[in-house]
Design a protein around this ligand. Structure first.
Ligand code: XMP
Length: 525
């Protein structure tokens, strides 16, 4: 296991991700971790980047015991400065911020010093790297040699003459440093000799053990599920860990896909064994949405009502939990937050406090005095999918396209009515069915049907029809920040449009939306 000590950089999780890609176990802990409390010995230690200057009064510092562990250490960015600061004072200059690409030149050594080059073994002498730092080294710390430079930093890479300590100013963990993974591999595999035996299976077991320890023998956990990948994987993991002491709640808001509540119930309870309560509140939601056409108002109504209903249900479950003979009170709230969700809400508040997240269901955990449990918070989407597969979740669900919380309500331009919801649900079902039949589902990132505002004239049989206008949307994207429309062939389009015309009552026209994001968004509202 490699120990990653986190100094608060937004890239720290990428270090653990790269290590997992190399099949290496790593444990990420706050930089202030007392090493005597660790209980195990790492094969090597990585000190991450961070937003501080090591000279700042409240700057976090590593437990000096790290230098008595007798294991290799790699300092990245702030980690390099921390390493240097511990090997001679006044080694830093905080003059210029550097952010962006830079060219790294590797300096090779010979004879007795050749071992200091091991971090860059097998790599080209010139490599592109990503910089993001304030302070940089101005003098060489005691006992170190230069192993790499950039035009701006004469000490962009340093290595200790005797000990296996390495420091680099650039970030090897980001993809903007194309050979960064090799640098991490050289450190972890060649220098630390870490075993490459990480598997998703073993990771799941470890997570389950961790959840059990955290929740205790009697503790109970509450969580919301939506039918999406993340909440399903998180729920299944909780179920594996603590069985029925995990209580999942799904609120049917009436603007989900056709039969979705029924299907989620079926999959989660019968298929996966999760203890799930489905609250059918569709009438309440649709009632509140009546006459509302402003998209932000729709979102607010759905969000607030969700919290109200969830809270009502949570109270009921908590009361029942109090009376259950073999279990204690509910003390945790599950959240299926992934690392990309966490990334922007991280705050680092000095040595005594580690990382905090602010994501939660409308402050519900605080209101109910529940602690958060986030078993997926270190993972990326593709890793969550791999975990889902490992946990036996059906592949249809594991690969499901994302679906927004406000659901179909933001796919109906203008007022939401039960009839419009029905039309969108039926058209959507046909569109997705045909996409699946054509084997295109995984090539597309998100696809759905939406409804335009107003009506249009069509003809059915001999009759003129004043009917609704469906718009189909299918996009390809990696990050959902930008997206392109998917290029279906005309035969496929014919089939879908014919089916919608024939099978969905009240539709006069079907359009295919071909605007990219930007300028358009993926959803219609
Ligand atoms: P846009 O429409 O902003 O969508 O291009 C980008 C991604 O975000 C999803 N989305 C939402 N998800 N609540 C959600 O839970 C929302 O209000 C919401 N709006 C958009 C959208 O489905 C797409 O994946």
């Amino acid at each position: 296991t490699i120990l990653v000590l986190d100094f608060g950089s937004q890239y720290t999780h990428l270090i653990t991700r790269r290590l997992r890609e190399l099949s290496i176990y790593s444990e990420m802990l706050p930089c202030t971790q007392r090493l005597s409390e660790l209980g195990w010995k790492p094969k090597g230690v990585i000190l991450s980047g961070g937003p501080y200057s090591v000279y700042a009064e409240d700057a976090p510092h590593v437990d000096p015991e790290v230098f008595n562990l007798d294991v290799p250490i790699l300092g990245i960015c702030y980690g390099l400065q921390e390493l240097a600061w511990n090997h001679g004072k006044n080694v830093l200059a905080g003059d210029k911020r550097e952010y962006g690409h830079s060219g790294l030149k590797i300096q090779r050594h010979s004879g007795k010093q050749a071992h200091v080059d091991r971090l860059f073994e097998g790599l080209h002498d010139d490599m592109e790297v990503w910089m993001s730092h304030g302070d940089k080294l101005s003098h060489m710390p005691d006992g170190f040699l230069t192993v790499a430079t950039t035009p701006n930093s004469p000490y962009a890479g340093i290595a200790h003459e005797e000990k296996e300590y390495y420091g680099i100013q650039f970030h090897p963990e980001v993809t903007h440093t194309p050979q960064g993974k090799e640098v991490i591999e050289n450190f972890a595999v060649k220098i630390c000799k870490a075993k490459q035996d990480w598997t998703m299976e073993a990771f799941v077991d470890k997570e389950i053990a961790r959840i059990r320890k955290l929740v205790g023998e009697e503790g109970q956990v509450l969580g919301a599920v939506s039918g999406g990948v993340d909440s399903t994987v998180a729920a299944k993991l909780m179920h594996e860990a603590i069985g029925d002491r995990f209580h999942a709640v799904m609120v049917d808001n009436g603007v989900m896909r056709q039969d979705e509540a029924k299907q989620v119930k079926e999959t989660l309870t019968k298929g996966l064994g999760v203890n799930l309560t489905v609250v059918d509140a569709s009438e309440r939601f649709l009632g509140l949405l009546k006459g509302v056409s402003d998209p932000e108002k729709k979102r607010k109504i759905i969000g607030n009502t969700f919290i109200e209903i969830f809270e009502e249900e949570a109270k009921k479950i908590a009361k029942e939990a109090e009376n259950s003979p073999r279990a204690g009170p509910i003390n945790f709230f599950l959240q299926g937050t992934l690392y990309p969700d966490v990334i922007e809400s991280i705050s680092f508040k000095g040595p005594s406090q580690t990382i905090k997240t602010h994501h939660n269901v409308g402050g519900l955990p605080e209101k109910m005095n529940l602690k958060l449990i986030e078993p997926l918070r270190e993972l990326f989407k593709d890793e969550v999918r791999a975990m889902g597969t490992n946990l036996g979740i059906p592949s249809d669900l594991v690969w499901r396209h994302p679906f927004p919380g406000p659901g179909i309500a933001i796919r109906i331009i203008g007022e939401v009515t039960p009839d419009k919801v029905r039309i969108v649900q039926e058209a959507d079902k046909i569109f997705i069915e045909e996409i699946r039949n054509a084997g295109l589902y995984r090539d597309i990132s998100q696809a759905f049907a939406a409804l335009m505002d107003g009506k249009s004239v069509g003809v059915v049989g001999d009759q003129r029809l004043h009917g609704h206008i469906i718009a189909l949307r299918a996009v390809v994207t990696t990050d959902f920040m930008t997206a392109n429309y998917y290029r279906f062939d005309y035969d496929f389009m014919d089939k879908v449009i014919n089916r919608i015309g024939n099978e969905v009552h009240g539709v006069a026209r079907v359009l295919y939306e071909m605007t990219s994001k930007p300028p358009s968004t993926i959803e219609f509202e």
